[in-house]
Design a protein around this ligand. Structure first.
Ligand SMILES: NC(=O)c1ccc[n+]([C@@H]2O[C@H](COP(=O)([O-])OP(=O)(O)OC[C@H]3O[C@@H](n4cnc5c(N)ncnc54)[C@H](OP(=O)(O)O)[C@@H]3O)[C@@H](O)[C@H]2O)c1
Length: 323
């Protein structure tokens, strides 16, 4: 037996139960890993609430790092004792997790397991958003919502490293300071100021080349008005709630703009793509070009508190559960 967080019925943070579960066995091509840190991501709250459906019961979590404890059949290139990190693998809020060998990346020398766990899902997301969804070019101005969040802080740094100018939005003075320290050129407190008016002022009425919007319902309409002609609205999440259906004619009225709703899984489509994005991410980390901020660590048994803090907008950077 081993301990894990289990959801038996969808609902609020109180449905996150810490329980004894059967020790999983790795099948062909799989690894059994002793989890040293599990990443908390906003998508975990959508799964917990049932916004994205999953078969019950389930163990939440899609990201982590740890030490390989046993190999299933047909595993090459990974050995017992290796430190590995993963994203997009279900069931990570656990002391032990079964992870497909093709979904792990070796934790590089000079990087600790916590940093690796913290970097994977949100770091790979920031990477694909600025390289593949709207590829930021030198001289572009882009708007990043929730710029002090887990994805937000990494996205600001990734856009800056490609030569972009970044306008960030945040809700508090503490978050403003963090967004500026990550490199944001301008920061708007969107809970106090009309961010669309402020973006128009800051860009001399031109608008931004892209808006990276993971907030969703509360920001979507105004985000569209922030775009320059033929700009791109990258809707990549819904921390304030899902966006209602959109009339395509609005894209014309806003200046022949583009709307996309991308997801990480489609950007780790092959082993080569996964390796390429991980290599770029970790070389930026070891080279000091990207700082991974761990905002809080919680014991695994306190996953509920982590979700309450995340949904209560009380967090910055990455949240980790430590078994
Ligand atoms: N599509 C993908 O591939 C992909 C991958 C990873 C994450 N995501 C999405 O990216 C977004 C950010 O994820 P994350 O894990 O890094 O979370 P996060 O940004 O660390 O946390 C959410 C933040 O959203 C802001 N927010 C605005 N309105 C909110 C509301 N009503 N309730 C709660 N938060 C609100 C808050 O920042 P302020 O207090 O500053 O407003 C809050 O701290 C999420 O929507 C997530 O689903 C998408």
């Amino acid at each position: 037996m081993a301990e894990a967080v289990v959801v038996r019925a969808t609902g609020g943070p109180e449905v996150l139960e810490y329980a004894e579960v059967d020790l999983p066995a790795p099948g062909p091509g799989e690894l059994l890993v002793d989890v040293t840190a599990a990443g908390v991501n906003y998508i975990d709250t959508y799964h917990r609430r049932g916004l994205y459906s999953k078969d019950l019961p389930f163990t939440p979590g899609n990201e982590g790092a740890g030490v390989v404890r046993a190999l299933g059949p047909d595993v090459a290139d990974v050995a017992v004792g290796d430190h590995v990190a993963w994203a997009e693998v279900a069931g990570s809020y656990a002391r032990q997790a079964v992870v497909p060998a093709h979904s792990v990346y070796p934790v590089p020398a000079g990087v600790d397991d916590e940093t690796a766990a913290a970097a994977m899902l949100q770091g790979l997301t920031a990477h694909y958003l600025v390289t593949s969804t709207y590829a930021v070019k030198p001289g572009d101005t882009v708007l990043v919502h929730a710029a002090a969040g887990g994805v937000g802080l990494l996205l600001v740094q990734a856009a800056k490293s490609r030569g972009g100018k970044v306008i960030g939005t945040v809700s508090t003075a503490e978050k403003e300071e963090l967004a500026r320290a990550a490199g944001a050129d301008e920061v708007i407190r969107y809970t106090e100021t009309d961010f669309a008016e402020e973006v128009a002022r800051l860009t001399g009425g031109v608008g931004v080349a892209a808006v990276y919007d993971g907030v969703g319902k509360d920001t979507f309409d105004a985000s569209m008005t922030c775009l320059a002609r033929r700009g791109m609205l990258v809707l990549f999440g819904a921390s304030s709630g899902p966006v209602p259906p959109v009339d395509p004619q609005r894209l014309n009225a806003a200046g022949s703009v583009f709307l996309t709703r991308p997801t990480l899984g489609h950007h780790l489509a092959t082993p080569d793509e996964f390796r390429w994005r991980c290599e770029e991410l970790f070389s930026a980390i070891t080279g000091g070009r990207i700082d991974v901020r761990i905002g809080a660590r919680y014991p695994l048994a306190e996953a509920r508190r982590a979700h309450e803090d995340l949904e209560g907008r009380r967090t910055t950077g990455k949240l980790l559960l430590i078994p």
